[in-house]
Design a protein around this ligand. Structure first.
Ligand SMILES: Cc1cc2nc3c(=O)[nH]c(=O)nc-3n(C[C@H](O)[C@H](O)[C@H](O)COP(=O)(O)OP(=O)(O)OC[C@H]3O[C@@H](n4cnc5c(N)ncnc54)[C@H](O)[C@@H]3O)c2cc1C
Length: 412
């Protein structure tokens, strides 16, 4: 069975789903193909092991989509301040108050965000949800692309968006090169109850054995991300619960007293990935399909939301100018790519640079990085620049975030 549509989005993770929603006012018919069935909600007492630090710009984007309002406020924690410690007593402190914002970020459960996005998509007109569905082949012609899906179905679309994550099928099928560069590290994540209140402060330690982050959760709880060399990550995962709690508490200088595990640890291998291009004939890549950055700055999904917003804006402006605009027109896709180039480069440069600088055992590297942190801490202008980058979180414009983003350029 072959169906025609205007836009096919492959991958209904947070980024692909947000694009489908951002295009809801468009004149185009869309389909969204997702390989995995939608996750059932967890028991209310359980905490998702995957937590995201959502930047103020991403929050504004999600508010514009009506998604933030669907989240349970009681399960979201603001980050009011951030304390970064180097491996030679260097310090770097940021605060929402000094930066003139309500919060530096909000910590949100991945599953809650995904469910809110999918619940909104279920009622979207002119959108066909294909789930579970996996593309098997992609054939391009001048006017459209044919995508054969599992189960013998086929979709012919004028634009195919690859939102299918780091191992993107769309990217490979479209012939866009991308080499993952492994960091030789895994991100070990777990949630803990803590003895002392965290006062909405996130902490990060650049240590010999990796980068350890504690992110505040509602109540006296924290979420941990320890980006650790592979052998150390495996050792952490193999520890009995009490030993893991003791190890994590000690690594953070017992800043929050004793810790008690509330969510079993999980690990994610870390790699940097850069697609040679964000576009090819009638194809655009967004999110991790286009770029994967080190999680030490907590910006991967924020960068992906920025892609979704930028692509929706470009397509929305075209639709407003001409109702019969071709969403796969090369000019539009080039415009999308140009809009994103600087944000992606800046984020990759910062996260990859920091990850390598702090993993380096080269003589002098330790002194340079610690001096650098102390210097930044004493330079308010540079510090504000770093904060504004983190607040924008790879979204097109900080001004858009501050005034409350209007979901896309589409007329409603
Ligand atoms: C330890 C760790 C901590 C992190 N913390 C943060 C953080 O605090 N803040 C932040 O901004 N980012 C963070 N990130 C990054 C973030 O996880 C990713 O950037 C984000 O999940 C990318 O979303 P995505 O939708 O692009 O891709 P994915 O989440 O990979 O989603 C891709 C979707 O496509 C589907 N799919 C894949 N292949 C196919 C196919 N062939 N056909 C159909 N569907 C397919 C998948 O099932 C999935 O639903 C972290 C990453 C790690 C590893």
């Amino acid at each position: 069975m072959t169906r025609r549509t205007d836009i096919l989005i492959v991958g209904g993770g947070l980024v692909g789903a947000s694009l489908a929603l951002a295009l809801r006012g468009s004149p185009w018919h869309m389909a969204l193909a997702e390989a995995r069935p939608v996750e059932p909600p967890p028991a209310p007492s359980e905490w998702d092991v995957r937590m995201y630090a959502i930047s103020p710009a991403s929050r504004a984007f999600l508010e514009g989509l009506g998604i933030w309002q669907r989240l349970d406020e009681e399960r979201i924690a603001p980050v009011q301040a951030m304390r970064v410690r180097g491996d030679r007593r260097s310090t770097l402190d940021f605060s929402a108050h000094d930066s003139g914002v309500a919060a530096l970020a909000w910590i949100v459960e991945s599953g809650a965000l995904a469910r809110a996005l999918w619940a909104a998509l279920e009622h979207q007109p002119r959108l066909e949800l294909l789930c579970p569905a996996v593309p098997q082949a992609l054939d391009a012609s001048a006017d459209d692309l044919r995508v054969n899906l599992s189960g013998g179905r086929a979709i012919v679309a004028r634009l195919v968006v690859g939102a299918d994550g780091a191992r993107s099928f769309v990217r490979t099928a479209a012939g866009i090169d991308a080499e993952p560069v492994p960091y030789g590290q895994s991100g070990v994540v777990a949630n803990f109850a803590c003895e002392h209140p965290h006062r909405s402060i996130a902490s990060q330690w650049f240590r010999d054995d990796g980068v350890l982050a504690w992110l505040p959760l509602p109540g006296e709880r924290i979420s941990m991300v320890w980006s650790a060399p592979q052998a150390h990550a495996e050792e952490l995962l193999a520890l009995p619960d009490e030993a893991l709690c003791a190890r994590v508490a000690a690594a953070g200088g017992h800043a929050l007293g004793d810790l008690r595990l509330i969510t079993r640890p999980a690990a994610f291998p870390l790699a940097m990935l850069k697609a040679r291009s964000l576009i090819s004939q009638r194809v655009a890549l967004i999110g991790d399909a286009a770029h994967v950055v080190h999680p030490l700055a907590g910006q991967g999904v924020n960068l992906g939301f920025g892609d979704a917003q930028a692509l929706a804006d470009v397509l929305g402006e075209a639709a407003n100018a001409r109702r019969d605009a071709d969403p796969g027109a090369r000019l539009l896709l080039r415009c999308y790519e140009r809009k994103r180039a600087e944000h992606i480069l800046a984020m990759r440069w910062t996260t990859d640079g920091l990850a390598r600088l702090f993993a380096s055992r080269a003589p002098g590297a330790q002194a340079v990085r610690n001096l650098g942190m102390n210097v930044v801490d004493r330079l308010p202008l540079l510090k504000n620049l770093l904060v504004s980058q983190a607040i924008a979180g790879g979204l097109p414009s900080q001004a858009a975030a501050q005034r409350g983003w209007r979901a896309s350029g589409l007329k409603r």
